[in-house]
Design a protein around this ligand. Structure first.
Ligand code: PLP
Length: 404
């Protein structure tokens, strides 16, 4: 059985979405900026997709939606756009648990001379809102905080965060890449100024995303060149993918409540079964509101990468949730920020589900998991009896003769 439980990495493109895209490669291939009929008819379809995406995120006006190439571009465009529009301000506020699209950019900006406040999270992954409030100053150009964490699924209280930034007149950018399509997102009703989404997280293709910029926000474009997207994002539009994202957005909006209820049930069943069947396991981030599809489980003394290798041999695809470098897996910056103890830190595995998963797949994973954990825990115990234990307590994949 092949089981795909890595939907926070990317999702399957819906067949109806792929079908809607195809004519835009072979028949309606005009450039939407062209005046002739081949162009203008495509322009109308892009306008329709913009309306569909605006509806998914609850934007008051489709003009607030700018199409981008991915979530990473949206995050970069939002933060850099605010810095450029407010050149007198040199301070950014973000969190220690952001996706690398925000984290890496802010580290880069720090090297360039910006001051960055990195907000902490507690052991459950929750922010301290008093720390946020204290960090906001007259010099703060932008606050960038994710809606839902890609590794743990933990959801931040964006309404309260927005109330604080709005009270001080500081623009708030929200990375909603993992939230859109999974939980209701009503940006028009919240004190959010910019919001990033990415199509491939909700069954649209890879290579297309959108950035919401609230009307009235002064925004400097990241990509400069042609006049596309009302001078806010230069470059000929990725038409077929934009049409695909529009379709996927409409489908996701129509199903978000139903899918969320079904996924919560499935995810909770997976979580309960694995905690029961695998000794020395715990959930990271369970005490906070979470995305319905995500569970992050640590197996004590193990290395997540080794678990993944053995899971893959059984046809099960999951993730450690953190970037792996050749030969060694860096412990997750998210779990480190949560203060996950050393003996649990390396052994994290993220299971992220979609509407295409079933109870039979959950049962299959639960059937396979205990023997994998037992096998690795045997190696781990041997390792701890023998050589000096590693400071992080993990067992390397190489111990198993596996990749590494
Ligand atoms: N932000 C979050 C929270 C993500 O999970 C991801 C992708 O995993 C991104 C940004 C980057 O999105 P993309 O892969 O479309 O560049």
């Amino acid at each position: 059985m092949d089981v795909y439980f890595d939907n926070n990495a990317t999702t399957k493109v819906l067949p109806e979405v792929a079908a809607a895209m195809l004519p835009f490669y072979t028949e309606h291939y005009g450039n939407p900026s062209s005046i002739h009929r081949f162009g203008s008819s495509v322009g109308e379809q892009i306008a329709e997709a913009r309306t569909q995406v605006a509806a998914l995120i609850g934007a008051a006006d489709p003009v607030e939606v700018i199409f981008t190439s991915c979530g990473t571009e949206g995050d970069n465009a939002a933060i850099r756009g605010m810095l450029e529009a407010r050149p007198d301000k040199r301070h950014i506020v973000t969190t220690k648990v952001e996706h690398p699209a925000v984290l890496g950019l802010c580290q880069h900006l720090e090297k360039k001379g910006y001051r960055v406040t990195w907000l902490n999270v507690d052991e459950n992954g929750a922010l301290d809102l008093a720390e946020l409030d204290a960090a906001l100053t007259d010099d703060t150009a932008v606050v960038s905080i994710m809606w839902a964490n890609n590794e743990t699924g933990v959801i931040f209280p964006i309404d309260q965060i927005g109330a604080m930034t709005r009270a001080k007149g500081i623009p708030l950018h929200v990375d909603a890449v993992q939230a859109a399509g999974k939980i209701p997102v009503k940006v028009g009703e919240l004190p959010i100024d910019l919001l990033t989404i990415s199509g491939h997280k909700f069954h649209a293709p890879k290579g297309v995303g959108a950035l919401y910029v609230r009307r009235g926000i002064t925004f400097s474009p990241f990509l400069i060149g042609g006049h596309q997207e009302k001078n806010r994002r230069a470059g000929t539009e990725n038409v077929a993918s934009i049409i695909g994202m529009g379709n996927a957005a409409e489908i996701a909006l129509g199903r978000v409540a139903e899918d969320s209820a079904a996924l919560t049930k499935l995810r909770d069943r997976l979580q309960a079964l694995l905690l029961e069947s695998c000794p020395d396991s715990r959930v990271n981030g369970a005490q906070e509101p979470r995305l319905p599809n995500t569970v992050n489980i640590s197996f004590r003394y193990l290395e997540g990468e080794s678990v993944l290798v053995l899971l893959d041999q059984q046809g099960i695809c999951a993730s450690t949730g953190s970037a792996c470098t050749a030969g060694s897996s860096e412990p997750s910056h998210v779990l480190r920020a949560m203060g996950v103890p050393a003996d649990w830190l390396q052994g994290a595995v993220r299971f992220s589900l979609s509407r295409f998963n079933s109870a039979a797949e959950v049962n299959y994973v639960n059937e396979k998991m205990p023997s994998i954990v037992q096998r690795l825990q045997g190696f781990s115990a041997l390792g701890r009896l023998g050589d000096q234990p590693r400071s992080d307590g993990g067992v390397r994949a190489s111990t198993l003769g596996a990749r590494g």
